[in-house]
Design a protein around this ligand. Structure first.
Ligand SMILES: Nc1ncnc2c1ncn2[C@@H]1O[C@H](COP(=O)(O)OP(=O)(O)OP(=O)(O)O)[C@@H](O)[C@H]1O
Ligand SMILES: [Mg+2]
Length: 250
């Protein structure tokens, strides 16, 4: 039996003036999956994510998260979805603990639960020792991990991560990718991750979707895409080879 769709879009479209950023997009992410959301710069990934979060209004079609409309059921959707934006912003003068405390407050996490959740989140991302350091002094990798800690505060069912490893060194990127994988495995968090790093996506994703010029040109397991592109599922094709094939055709 197919698991329930946690993310579901149908003919989702976003028009910015004359430009169509997302066009007739229909895809599903099942509960418990890691879905790698791929596509070149300007393909419409971030725009899609913003519609899933109710942060921008679709021009046509629908987006559903756990069966809810992100605009109509905005509060409930925000409660269950943790979002790490492309450019995470922090107040550089706050330390990591204060920063999480502030976010917990914004998210309405009751005081009695706050300290425990902050401690657990810091621990999970490996920042416990740096909790008293000002975020302004953090390296990019530490900031990204703090971003994940913020996401974890509300104990989300779904995480939407927009290029979380951008700008990280190879080791930092690998650590973050493994952290995302362990959160998926151990806490059963469904993950949608957009990234240009195809080998990382290949390492952790159960399914991928390739978006080009606002449309999803392929989606499914990496094996199924290899089969569709090259005729064999177990030919050892890398996601990069598959992606380039669609890219050249698109
Ligand atoms: N607020 C906006 N107003 C007008 N056009 C926009 C706006 N946001 C995005 N666009 C356009 O929509 C298209 C899709 O952009 P989007 O940011 O969704 O792409 P992306 O796939 O996330 O790209 P990247 O990989 O570079 O992050 C682009 O052509 C972009 O210029
Ligand atoms: Mg983007």
């Amino acid at each position: 039996m197919e698991s329930a769709a946690i993310i579901d879009t149908g003919n989702l479209t976003k028009q910015y003036g004359k430009q169509t950023a997302v066009k007739d997009l229909s895809f599903k992410v099942a509960e418990g999956e890691i879905f790698g959301f791929l596509g070149p710069n300007g393909a419409g990934k971030t725009t899609t994510i913003l519609m899933l979060l109710g942060l921008t209004r679709p021009s046509a079609g629908y987006a559903r998260v756990c069966g809810m409309d992100p605009l109509r059921d905005a509060r409930e959707v925000k409660r269950i979805v943790g979002y790490l934006p492309e450019n995470v912003g922090f107040y550089g003068d706050l330390n990591a603990f204060q920063s999480l405390h502030y976010i917990a407050d914004l998210n309405g996490i009751p005081l009695r639960k706050r300290l425990e959740r902050i401690g657990r989140s810091l621990e999970t991302v490996g920042l416990t020792e740096h909790s008293q350091k000002k975020v302004g002094t953090f390296s990019r990798g530490m900031k990204q991990r703090l971003g994940i800690a913020e996401v974890l505060l509300k104990e989300p069912r779904v995480m939407i991560l927009d290029e979380p490893t951008l700008g990280l060194d190879p080791e930092g990127a690998l650590q973050l990718i493994e952290l995302i994988q362990s959160l998926n495995r151990e806490r059963k968090i469904t993950v949608l991750i957009s990234s240009h790093n195809l080998s990382q996506v290949q390492k952790i994703s159960h399914k991928v979707g390739i978006m080009i010029k606002g449309a999803m040109v392929a989606s499914g397991s990496i094996d199924s895409l290899a089969k569709a592109s090259f005729g064999v599922a177990d030919g050892g094709y890398s996601l990069e080879e598959i992606y380039m094939k669609y890219f050249q055709e698109g």
